[in-house]
Design a protein around this ligand. Structure first.
Ligand code: KMH
Ligand code: ZN
Length: 277
């Protein structure tokens, strides 16, 4: 059996963390672009992007988004996956507007979920609006699954013609108030995905490593990065996203999984085909 090459997605900064959580978090536009370049050189092929201003504050300002995307594209061949989740409290209109930027991929969370003390709000009408805009603009959605019920929303969107298979999912488990990051839960979700889907797994905090190891050994792809986990090992902060990417690379090598080139990653995700349409 030919084993498919591994796509490494880096969620490098998120919108909720600050330098107080870890001094190694890239927060300014220059830091984010430099970090994108570092992980690209190591072998990451997808960059899950949240944009921040010069002070490191998350922003949905379209000009800032376009500027940072342009700079990352100039330096790397990364597939830029723009977050449509934004930060807790961002407006629905603002999140929808981010898709006016020129990107090939965007995250699309398929339901609301408790997020520690907060709620990450994704009402169904917003999900439809985001899916419709992605379809119209030929932006490949990464379908974010925090809980099993979110897969049912994917089936509902397929039924309405708002998602075009083959789909790509990221199952992220283990956050506060989410489905716990167990193999049993991950396999239960994977069993419900449409048959020809591609998927990656990710876990929050100490769940990151076991979730990505499962994906590496079961034909999935991985999402790693400081957005989900700031530690390299117990009590040891990762000194940047490169440490976490290197950890994923080590695991891949140990399990005999080759890393996808940017061209292969585009092919696996169907992004080349979309560009040509
Ligand atoms: N910042 C979280 C509330 C995404 O990027 O698509 C949402 C989030 C998900 O990070
Ligand atoms: Zn995110």
């Amino acid at each position: 059996m030919r084993i498919n090459p591994l796509i490494i997605t880096v969620a490098g900064m998120g919108a909720e963390l600050t330098k107080k959580d870890t001094p190694y978090l890239p927060v300014t536009p220059d830091e984010i672009v430099a970090e994108a370049n570092r992980v690209f050189v190591l072998g990451a092929t997808v960059f899950h992007l949240h944009v921040r201003d010069e002070e490191g504050v998350p922003t949905l300002n379209l000009n800032r988004i376009i500027k940072i995307i342009t700079e990352i594209k100039q330096k790397t061949d990364l597939i830029i996956q723009l977050s449509t989740g934004g930060a807790i409290g961002d407006t629905m209109e603002g999140r929808l507007k981010t898709l006016d930027a020129d990107v090939n991929m965007g995250s699309l969370t398929l339901g609301s979920v408790n997020f520690g003390e907060e709620v990450f709000l994704n009402p169904y009408p917003l999900i439809e609006d985001l899916a419709r805009k992605m379809l119209k603009k030929n932006i490949k959605p990464e379908l974010e699954i925090f809980d099993v019920s979110m897969v049912e929303t994917a089936h509902r969107l397929i039924g309405k013609g708002l998602l075009c298979p083959p789909l790509h999912f990221n199952v992220i488990l283990g956050g506060p108030g989410w489905l716990p990051a167990t193999v049993e839960n991950l396999e239960f979700i994977l069993g419900k995905l449409p048959r020809d889907s591609t998927w990656s797994a990710s876990g929050v905090g100490r769940a990151q490593l076991p979730m990505i190891e499962y994906a590496i050994t079961h034909g999935g792809h991985v999402r790693t990065g400081l957005e989900d986990n700031i530690y390299l090992s117990k009590g040891v902060l990762a000194k940047g996203n490169s440490d976490l990417v290197s950890q994923a690379l080590d695991l891949a090598q140990r399990h005999g999984r080759r890393i996808a080139s940017p061209k292969e990653a585009r092919k696996i995700l169907g992004i080349e085909a979309r560009e040509k349409r």
